[in-house]
Design a protein around this ligand. Structure first.
Ligand code: GLY
Ligand code: MN
Ligand code: MN
Length: 436
């Protein structure tokens, strides 16, 4: 569980990185309408959550390094007993200072009046450019007001810069307290997949397995970190399938890609199991290639390795495997060079994982694949997808889609598989499916 001290440490680190003469502005996400007068469940902006732990909408955090009256200012909704009766408790500016550690706090309605004064004397304003056009236009207004009203040019900010550079770097390398959150999120998702495996029976609908998985998330106070993919048969070849509405047939595989968000941290797991509890010979042969590829890729996860090393390891195993079962023909080195595997394995093996499922952080530095460092977390998720209409392959292979995805943290000496407790050995999976 993150404490006030964790958020204070993050703000201090960002303030230190920005230095004097800069300010960072981090607004809350807008509330989105689902339909008529019903909104989507509110998901706070990740940067704001990371820096403050504040979860209410209509808020703006401002960090001003060196500000005499305190470097952390939070704007938020004022207390309003009538609105709180309908919509729930608000911290209000007093709560922002007492519970969330703000040095100063103002009602959000005072934003236009107070903000120009906070930015006065700064030369650079950092902001998550492009993320919120309505807010960006307001920011433009404050800057114009300052410049128009300033006789001394150096009293008004002269540039707006991206905030990503500092903040994304901070978010990319996880602190020990964050790794604990990642472990907790992974543990819930592992349990949910086990529950899904146990409850699977032929002739059930995909959404019934989804319900078993989401039940386990919600039971732990977690939500889905992305719409769950529960794809039986050839649906598994649609990479982001999430209609989850087909009836599952005995003999088909079920690909489940589901993860949760717990206390702001995401997990992201895929397993592929047989609906009827037993892999066919062809399914098992493809499964074993993906499993070998995934294990080879995970082995590459260590400090100093490049983020693409696991992908290259997976490509090598998958190309050899597809050749072995007759789906690719030719010399392995040429097949790899020509990217022949892409017909069957068309996505990357890894993405950063953290508070967002596709987390922030550059994948390249100076044009080179990024080197892994302790605290970085990513998925390892190779797959093989054989289109149902691919008449170049034997019929038994058509419509097979298999992905195996684990969450991995880079440690000082190698890696920790956060989702290791979930079986992926085909015999162990067969023993679990339909057992509960
Ligand atoms: N669940 C989305 C992904 O695996 O990247
Ligand atoms: Mn996934
Ligand atoms: Mn993923």
């Amino acid at each position: 569980m993150l404490q006030a001290a964790d958020f204070a440490r993050r703000r201090r680190a960002l303030i230190g990185a920005l230095g004097p003469g800069c300010a960072a502005i981090v607004p809350a996400s807008p509330v989105r309408v689902r339909s008529r007068d019903v909104d989507y469940p509110y998901r706070p902006d990740t940067n704001l959550l990371y820096l403050t732990g504040f979860r209410e909408p209509e808020a703006v955090a401002v960090l001003v390094p060196g500000r005499a009256d305190g470097e952390y200012v939070l704007f938020c909704r004022d207390r309003d007993p009538q609105r709180e009766l309908w919509d729930g408790k608000r911290a209000g500016p007093d709560g922002a200072m007492e519970q969330f550690g703000a040095d100063s706090a103002y009602p959000i309605d005072a934003l236009d009046e107070v903000m120009p004064g906070l930015l006065k004397g700064c030369d650079t304003v950092h902001y998550d450019l492009g993320s919120n056009p309505a807010f960006e236009s307001r920011l433009g207004g404050w800057l114009k007001k300052l410049r128009d009203g300033s006789r001394e040019r150096n009293k008004a900010p002269v540039q707006v810069a991206a905030l990503d550079f500092y903040l994304h770097e901070m978010r990319l390398c996880k602190h020990e307290t964050e790794l604990d959150c990642m472990r907790s999120s992974a543990a819930v998702a592992v349990d949910a997949h086990k529950r899904g495996m146990r409850r699977t029976r032929p002739d059930m609908y995909e959404y019934e397995v989804e319900a078993e998985i989401v039940y386990r998330f919600n039971q732990s106070g977690a939500t889905e970190s992305y719409p769950s993919i529960v794809a039986s048969g050839a649906n598994a070849c649609i990479l982001h399938y999430n209609e989850n509405e087909s009836r599952m047939r005995d003999g088909d595989l079920l690909l489940v890609d589901a993860g949760c968000e717990l206390e702001g941290y995401a997990s992201d797991i895929t397993r592929t199991w047989p609906v009827g509890g037993t892999y066919t010979a062809e399914q098992r042969s493809v499964y074993e290639i993906v499993l070998e590829a995934q294990r080879a890729a995970i082995e590459k996860m260590e400090p100093g390795a490049a983020i693409l090393d696991p992908h290259h390891a997976a490509i090598d195993v998958i190309t050899r495997g597809l050749k072995r079962i007759g789906l690719l023909k030719g010399k392995v080195s040429k097949l790899v060079r020509d990217e022949a595997y892409r017909e069957f394995f068309m996505h990357r093996t890894s993405h950063w994982l953290g508070m967002d499922v596709h987390d922030v952080g550059d994948y390249e530095t100076d044009g080179e694949p990024r080197k892994l460092e302790p605290g970085m977390c990513c998925t390892v998720e190779p797959g093989i997808y054989i289109a149902a209409e691919n008449s170049d392959v034997p019929k038994e292979f058509r419509g097979i889609g298999i992905r195996i995805e684990d969450d991995v943290a880079v440690t000082g000496s190698g890696h920790e598989v956060l989702t290791a407790a979930l079986p992926k050995d085909p015999d162990e999976i067969e023993a679990l499916v339909g057992s509960g």
